[in-house]
Write a protein that binds this ligand. Structure first.
Ligand code: FES
Length: 446
């Protein structure tokens, strides 16, 4: 039978009957083709939710289950599962003639969508009027029935207290008290499968990560994340939260939608002993040091930090007593301490504020700023190196551009993203760092 405008040949019946479900491309379109109990079913490949490839899913009785988030569609009619029939994807009449499978494009049913109320988090982020808002996120883990002192929580509480004293509205979220699922790696299926709001949040009403999203995206102007440091790394809850935040960044990647703008995220941490602060960011050092001074506490915090101890000691050292009989003055006049210069790149306002800070805070800030600048220089050099070495690779990839364009709709990545990933893998391999090596198979699989 010759192919007409209406009926198109999508493949050999014997081949298509070998798998219960598969994705087939014909006439420039993709179809989800199923075969069960001797009967073919053909529906459109694009899922109604966010376009997952239905043919790449699995057959669950008479329903095709989308591989991305599990929406279901009847394999022959395209209707949604019971209760969601209005959520239908196009289905096509099918016939088998002369050992070939044919579908009628002209007689396809229409796609329809059941109205779904958008998740409250999906609203446009808008700064409501009001004072500065600071959210504190505690990531420490402990048995709620056997609570203990937590150094990082203590620092966080000091910071929030200080913010409140400066007129800010504050909110404390303890991850330890929330029930939320770990990230399930939708991004690994496809960048477009990692949605905003998070797919888990949308599907699971019991998941309490929505509190954190609400604070990060909609409520706070500044977020302070506090974590204990165990075995040289932040707490496991910190990473569990950070993985779930991928959807916030990914909104930029897939939809060019910036959810978090002009917000400050800060991190405080404490080593295992949980007493001496080892801050990782300038502002948290400042906030904490000033806050603790304001509290008049001793025994924890900036006054016990090595820098503070050193400068406090030199300021209060007793004057040297001259040997008896020596007519010279009893002590050398103390040499006046040189003022500490603020980092050169700072704005005049910030420099003026710096001049008002206690000396030990200034010392700590200057030392940390030096580390950050050195790190920035190193990363800039690495980026320049990467750009230089990428030239020949980009030339080598050029002939495969058409192939990457074909691949793009299948794996849900643009050719540019694929090329960037390949360059990253090549760079990891060339750098020779064992940790980077170990990441390569993972990155290639992405
Ligand atoms: S369930 Fe199909 S794309 Fe989400």
């Amino acid at each position: 039978m010759p192919e007409t405008e209406d009926w198109i040949d999508i493949g050999a019946a014997v081949e298509l009957s070998k798998q219960p479900l598969q994705q087939v491309r014909a006439g420039n379109r993709d179809f989800a083709v199923s075969f069960k109990d001797g009967q073919f079913g053909v529906i459109a490949n694009g899922c109604n939710h966010v376009g997952g490839p239905l043919g790449g899913g699995r057959l669950d009785g008479e329903y095709v289950t989308c591989p991305w988030h599990g929406w279901k569609f009847q394999r022959c009619t395209g209707l949604g599962e019971p209760g969601f029939e209005e959520d239908a994807v196009p289905s096509y009449p099918v016939k088998v003639e002369r050992s070939r499978v044919w579908i009628n494009l002209a007689a396809a049913t229409r796609r329809s969508r059941k109205p779904h109320d958008p998740h409250p988090l999906a609203r446009e982020p808008r700064r409501e009027p009001g004072p500065l808002r600071v959210a504190g996120i505690s990531t420490t883990v402990m048995d709620l029935n056997l609570p203990r002192f937590s150094g990082s929580d203590h620092l966080l509480e000091c910071a929030l207290k200080s913010a409140a004293e400066h007129g800010a509205e504050t909110k404390l979220i303890r991850l330890n008290e929330l029930k939320f699922r770990p990230c399930e790696g939708y991004y690994s299926k496809s960048a477009r499968a990692c949605t905003w709001p998070c797919s888990i949040t949308e599907m699971d009403k019991a998941d309490e990560m929505d509190r954190v999203y609400e604070a990060f995206v909609h409520w706070a102007d500044a977020v302070i994340v506090a974590s204990p440091i165990r075995w040289g790394a932040a707490s496991s809850l910190y990473f569990k939260m950070a993985e779930r935040l991928n959807c916030v960044q990914n909104a930029v990647t897939i939809n060019n939608r910036v959810l978090k703008q002009q917000k400050k995220v800060d991190m405080t941490d404490t080593p295992d002993a949980g007493v001496l602060p080892a801050a990782t960011d300038l502002d948290s050092i400042i906030t904490r040091a000033l806050a603790e001074r304001g509290d008049g506490e001793s025994g924890t915090g900036a006054k016990n930090s090595p820098a503070a101890t050193a400068s406090d000691a030199s300021a209060s050292e007793p004057a040297q007593v001259a040997p008896s009989g020596d007519p010279s003055p009893a002590a050398e006049p103390a040499s006046p301490m040189q003022p500490i210069e603020p980092p050169a790149r700072w704005t005049p306002d910030k420099k003026a504020a710096f001049a008002t800070w206690p000396r030990d805070v200034q010392e700590t800030v200057v030392a940390r700023n030096g580390e950050l600048e050195a790190d920035y220089t190193r990363k800039t050099q690495e980026a320049a190196d990467l750009r230089r070495t990428a030239e020949p690779l980009l030339k080598a990839i050029k002939p495969f551009e058409a192939y990457l364009n074909e691949l793009a709709p299948i794996i849900g990545q643009t050719p540019d993203t694929m090329i960037a990933s390949l360059l990253g893998v090549e760079y990891q391999l060339r750098k020779g760092d064992p940790h980077s090596y170990s990441l390569c198979p993972f990155n290639v699989s992405q």
